[in-house]
Design a binder for this molecule. Structure first.
Ligand code: SF4
Ligand code: SF4
Length: 191
């Protein structure tokens, strides 16, 4: 997808940038475009906007361009960019914030299964306190590919169950309530 970097001046821009900074807790305005994040990112080959360009667009308040990109869904959350940034900006966290914003705004993501995975993963952790691979895999396959998708994954899933790579039932987790509280607090802050 070709990206048009022409950005019109808009009083809303500063508000948008501040919103991303508030949601992520990261001072994106301190980015001075050294490009160390993009040079170390293993996923730029599949991105339409490089990580340093994401930061630049946020500074310009042009967040709509970013949340409509492939980049936020291609990002593997590996945190290489975060460790390389001389300004200590947690870029991986900013990417995560942008994914949340994209889902919140109902943007149709170009990488369609990624937001489904994102929602199913968070729902699973919220409900059970930590990820339970089997229920996560079943729900994700169903939501992403319907019954056909689920049947397509079933042979592989059964093999993993038999080899003990996945547990049939979720483990009891004593801090489950704390995890749910974290979700509730974060959701009410972002409302
Ligand atoms: S966290 Fe995302 S943007 Fe950062 S280096 Fe990894 S893939 Fe690239
Ligand atoms: S590494 Fe940090 S300062 Fe450099 S371009 Fe990326 S976000 Fe900006």
């Amino acid at each position: 997808m070709a990206v048009n970097f022409k950005v019109k001046e808009d009083p809303q821009m500063q508000v948008t940038r501040q919103m991303v900074e508030k949601m992520s807790g990261e001072k994106t305005s301190t980015c001075f475009q050294c490009e160390k994040c993009s040079n170390g990112c293993p996923m730029t080959f599949a991105m339409d906007i490089s990580p340093h360009q994401v930061m630049h667009l946020i500074q310009l308040g042009s967040v709509d361009k970013v949340i409509d990109s492939d980049t936020i869904w291609v990002c593997a959350s590996c945190e290489t960019c975060t460790t390389r940034c001389p300004n200590n900006i947690d870029i991986a966290h900013v990417m995560d914030t942008l994914r949340q914003l994209s889902v919140k705004k109902g943007v149709k993501a170009s990488q369609k299964v990624a937001p489904v995975f994102h929602q199913v993963f968070l729902g699973n952790v919220k409900a059970l306190g930590r990820m339970h691979e089997l229920s996560m895999a079943v729900l994700f396959s169903l939501k992403a590919g319907g019954i056909k998708g689920l049947l397509g994954q079933s042979t592989f899933g059964l093999k993993m169950l038999r080899k003990g790579k996945m547990k049939l039932l979720p483990e009891r987790f004593s801090s489950g309530k704390q995890v749910r509280n974290i979700f509730c607090e974060t959701e009410s802050e972002n409302r």
